[in-house]
Design a protein around this ligand. Structure first.
Ligand SMILES: Cc1cc2nc3c(=O)[nH]c(=O)nc-3n(C[C@H](O)[C@H](O)[C@H](O)COP(=O)(O)O)c2cc1C
Length: 354
């Protein structure tokens, strides 16, 4: 039974991986409805938090618990202060991002840039753990295997992070140099989990794109749960599918077009309430390919969605498509490849994160 602080996560939890410009409050809440066990905010810059900026990224509602707030930065004082401010939101945990590969973050020594200075990573982590101790907020870390192929110290790093008091670790099975290329290598994630010195929960991440894959990772690597990122974009159903498969070994039917349309528009509506229609229309672009993946002949409608700037337009495009559909709307039985949404004309803030 994995625990983060006092929060019981059961034997195997399904996390919505933190994703900038994707895992905002409306999308997190949707994924919760469909069975995500643990939610994490988009990463928030510690410097921004200290300057009282980006604070709304830390908002969440009580029904979304357990939720973690993820912060990133490179400076001990700023990370500590940001965690102290974030603690006012009373998250179930504060997650430290030591994995982001984006150049402008890495070049400052933040995100996975810290993997070139492990003593500093340990020092900052210890400082944040220390600051959170009296507030009773556990600190977790999300990181990668290491810097590059010749430097993958995750087994030792995980131990050292545990020694300074983190409550859990999530590991993306790639190095910084790999960015998102190739396949995630879970072997070292498995080694971290199998290390007899490790007693904190270990969560695995990278390329989990189906219920069967989540089950395989649990069986093969013994992890306490998996984080699902790209495969959840526009596809909140993946959590319920994983749940069913893990419990019964049976696959769930794909959602119908009608359900996809309804849920997509529901998300759009919530995004509008949160951010206004213009921003919402922009942010929905990352979700459309996932929502309608595998729907035969949907491409022209998808192109139209990518250009639309209002809720009414999106609604009309989807209703027209539904009206024009002949026969039933079975999805094509393509294997669920990781959606690298062709919407990557993605929201500006997500640029470069792939
Ligand atoms: C658009 C996008 C934004 C991301 N933003 C974050 C982030 O804010 N914090 C973080 O720790 N990882 C971030 N990631 C990485 C994911 O959390 C995850 O580690 C990665 O996508 C691998 O998991 P997957 O194969 O399930 O997608 C982001 C990934 C994507 C695609």
């Amino acid at each position: 039974m994995a625990k983060i602080g006092n929060t019981d996560l059961g034997d195997f939890s399904l996390w919505l991986a933190p994703m900038e410009a994707v895992t905002d409050p409306p999308f997190r809440s949707l994924c919760k409805t469909y069975g995500a066990d643990v939610l994490v905010s988009e990463f928030v810059s510690s410097d921004a938090i200290v300057r009282q900026k980006s604070l709304s990224k830390m908002d969440f509602s009580p029904k979304e618990r357990p939720t973690g707030i993820q912060i990133f930065g490179h400076d001990e004082k700023s990370m500590r202060e940001a965690a102290e401010i974030a603690a006012r939101w009373k998250p179930d945990f504060i997650d430290l991002n030591w994995g982001c590969p984006v150049r402008k973050i890495v070049s400052k020594g933040a995100g996975s840039g810290i993997l070139q200075d492990i003593p500093k990573m340990i020092r900052i982590t210890a400082a944040v753990v220390d600051a959170m101790r009296e507030r009773g907020i556990p600190v977790t870390v999300k990181t990668r295997l290491g810097w590059d192929e010749s430097d993958k110290p995750i087994v030792e790093v995980a131990e050292r992070l545990q020694d300074v008091g983190i409550a859990a670790i999530s590991i993306h099975g790639r190095t910084r140099s790999q960015l998102y290329a190739g396949q995630a290598d879970w072997t070292l994630i498995g080694e971290v989990k199998a290390n007899p010195r490790m007693h904190i929960p270990v969560f695995g991440n990278g390329d989990v794109d189906s219920a069967a894959k989540a089950a395989l990772m649990r069986e093969r690597y013994g992890v306490d749960g998996v984080l699902i990122g790209r495969a959840a974009i526009g596809n909140p159903w993946i959590f319920a599918q994983c749940k069913q498969f893990l419990a019964t070994g049976t696959e769930s039917a794909s959602p119908s077009f009608k359900e996809r349309r309804q849920v997509c528009l529901e998300l759009f509506q919530k995004e509008i309430e949160a951010k206004g229609e213009r921003v919402a229309a922009q942010e929905m672009k990352i979700h459309y390919p996932g929502f309608f993946k595998g729907i035969p002949h949907f491409k022209p409608a998808k192109m139209q969605l990518m250009l639309c700037s209002t809720f009414a337009q999106a609604q009309e495009i989807l209703e027209d498509f539904e009206t024009g559909m002949t026969g039933n709307c079975q999805t094509e039985n393509s294997p669920l490849s990781i959606p690298m949404p062709d919407s990557f004309s993605k929201p500006k803030s997500a640029q470069g994160l792939m």
